[in-house]
Ligand binder design. Structure first.
Ligand code: SF4
Ligand code: SF4
Length: 297
């Protein structure tokens, strides 16, 4: 595939320490089939570019309303066409575009800036999202390019996608970070918008085909933190080969603020993160089944 293959990216984060071993650059692909209530990157969900407004910077000058053909509608109104005119005109930098079309060559040029850190730390590049599997052609081209530069590669996925295509990526990926939320199908659908069965079947297939999986479980109070629910996940994970560790990720509130900037009210407005003691107690559910557990990464 060509270095000119293009796709949509909304962030490239350098010096990442939590998306695989060593120092990494994490490339966030835009667009996701899931709608997790607790999503900490709500700006990643839609496939197209979006305009956000940072209210704390706005000086209420009204310039955006003058330049916008639609009167600068509120983010999330569905009226904005993401033309970018208001971003150019805003004197306070209060409007930002999230998401851009870019090529494999452009992404790799950014990633390779930190190659020396990857080599010294045992790091590499991680492709995350959004859901990177939702842009399979672009993801494959990125992985091939990273392989061509001999970089350690990781893919962070919710596991929802066509099985044969996922398995086709196995030779290009050194580590899969596989997110698991709930085994219960009804509540998985309610909280994420996706069925659980194809995800668990993909996990089973991937664990047979790949020797290096990290499972990541978001701990969302009142949603995914029931001990019976976690025991059900732990039973599934303990039965897989290839799982190197389980990370329990405590809920944090950054997604709430981001959702507000996008004009999307969050139903978890007042939800507090779990305490360190609660996280430790939940880790036991996995550890007592022989799994290596880390908290927060
Ligand atoms: S991006 Fe364009 S359409 Fe959207 S609010 Fe700004 S000027 Fe209006
Ligand atoms: S142009 Fe910028 S600073 Fe002025 S009202 Fe619009 S968002 Fe606020």
């Amino acid at each position: 595939m060509s270095g000119l293959t293009s796709g949509r990216v909304f962030n490239v984060q350098r010096y990442s320490l939590h998306d695989g071993p060593g120092i990494r650059t994490t490339v966030f692909l835009k667009g996701c089939p899931a709608r997790c209530l607790w999503c900490h990157n709500p700006e990643s969900q839609s496939f197209g570019p979006e305009v956000v407004r940072v209210d704390s910077r706005c000086i209420e000058c009204g310039t955006c309303q003058e330049v916008c053909p639609h009167g600068a509608p509120d983010p999330g109104s569905g009226v904005c066409t993401a033309c970018g005119a208001c971003i150019e005109a805003c004197p306070a930098g209060a409007r930002e575009m999230v998401g851009r079309e870019t090529t494999v060559d452009e992404v790799m040029a950014e990633v390779l800036r930190d190659r020396v850190f990857f080599q010294e730390s045992g790091g590499g590049v991680t492709f995350s999202g959004g859901e990177p599997l939702a842009q399979l052609r672009f993801l494959r081209a990125l992985l091939e390019a990273a392989r061509g530069h001999d970089l350690h590669t990781a893919v962070d996925t919710c596991g929802f996608g066509p099985r044969e295509e996922i398995l086709g990526l196995v030779p290009l990926v050194d580590l899969f970070l596989f997110d698991l939320k709930l085994a219960d199908d009804a509540r998985h659908r309610e909280f994420t918008g996706l069925p659980t069965e194809p995800i668990l079947e993909n996990l089973q297939a991937l664990s047979r085909a790949h020797r290096s999986l990290w499972i990541r479980v978001p701990i969302i109070p009142g949603h995914t933190d029931g001990e019976a629910d976690l025991a059900a996940l732990a039973e599934i994970v303990a039965g897989l080969s290839g799982v190197r560790r389980v990370s329990l990720l405590p809920y944090h509130r950054t997604g709430v603020d981001k959702a507000r900037r996008l004009g999307r009210p969050s139903s978890l407005q007042s939800l507090a993160p779990p305490s360190p003691e609660r996280m430790e107690a939940l880790a036991v559910v996995f550890r007592e089944r022989g799994l290596q557990v880390s908290l927060g990464a």
